[in-house]
Each structure stands twice: as C-alpha cells, then as structure tokens.
Ligand binder design. Structure first.
Ligand SMILES: *[C@@H]1O[C@H](CO)[C@@H](O)[C@H](O)[C@H]1NC(C)=O
Ligand SMILES: *[C@@H]1O[C@H](CO)[C@@H](O)[C@H](O)[C@H]1NC(C)=O
Length: 129
C-alpha cells in the first residue's frame, strides 16, 4: 500500500513537471502562418489575438531573392519604412529570430513592401516561470 501511494505521488509529480516544462518552453511561431512574411496577407495584423513571451522564436519564411527582414532597435524607422543604422538585417528566407522582452519591431528592408504593409510589431511579456 505504502509503495503504491509513493508511486502515485511520484507519477503525479513527474506529470506536473512535464506539463510545466511544456508550458514554459519557448514557442515557435511561423509569421503569417502558411502565407509567410509576404504582402499577400496583412502581416501587421497577424500578431493580434496571440500572446507572445520573450524568448519565443519567430520564423520568417519568404523568398530570399525578393525580400528580407529588418529588426529595428526601437520604433525609429517603423512608420517611415527606413532602415536605421544598427538595425539587424536577416536575409536567409527562413530566419529564426527570438523575441526580446517588450516591443519588437520588424520591417521589410524593401521600402515598397514595407509601405504595402510588410511590417509588424510585437509586445512580448516576461516568460512564465
Ligand atoms: C532608436 O534606435 C535608433 C537607431 O535605430 C537610435 O539612433 C536611437 O537612439 C534609438 N532611440 C532610443 C530611444 O533608444
Ligand atoms: C507592452 O506591454 C506592456 C505590458 O506587458 C505595457 O505596459 C506596454 O504599455 C505595452 N506597450 C505597448 C506599446 O503596447
């Protein structure tokens, strides 16, 4: 009896640890889902209704010959679709970019695409413990 109770308690503890681990693990998001990082959808609205934590990974899928991703240091450049000095540029076509705590701004480095709406910002909260 005592052995069985211990086994049950241990099993429950392991299950709770597994669930906890699954919840706090960083999530990977495909930006634009099946459409990707593309003016074909309204990328700026894609984050709506989703909750992002710092450390979550954004995957940007696009044709590297036609586009790129610029991660701004702050909001500077976002409204004007310009790439400021020091902004990080990604151009692999399959970029995996972790979210920083707070605001993260992304634009296409191609001004015409950015002006057509290929930009977005995400406000990431602290990850759960
Ligand atoms: C915002 O980033 C730009 C460079 O992209 C930098 O020049 C500016 O100082 C930054 N502003 C703040 C408030 O950090
Ligand atoms: C980002 O989220 C924080 C709370 O997590 C909030 O205080 C802040 O106002 C938000 N910023 C914007 C620009 O929405």
């Amino acid at each position: 009896m005592e052995f069985k109770r211990t086994t049950v308690v241990t099993t429950i503890a392991v299950v709770i640890m597994l669930i906890g681990g699954a919840i706090s693990a960083p999530k990977t998001w495909i930006v634009g889902d099946e459409y990707g990082w593309d003016t074909i959808i309204n990328v700026e609205q894609w984050p709506e209704g989703k909750h992002f934590y710092a450390g979550d990974i954004l995957v940007f899928n696009y044709d590297y010959r036609d586009s790129n991703v610029v991660k701004l240091l702050n909001k500077t450049g976002y409204d004007t679709c310009t790439k400021p000095e020091g902004a990080e540029e990604y151009e692999s076509g399959n970029d995996k970019i972790p979210l920083d705590f707070g605001l993260n701004h992304f634009i296409s480095g191609y001004p015409v695409q950015c002006q057509a709406g290929l930009k977005m910002f995400i406000n990431a909260t602290a990850p759960p413990n």
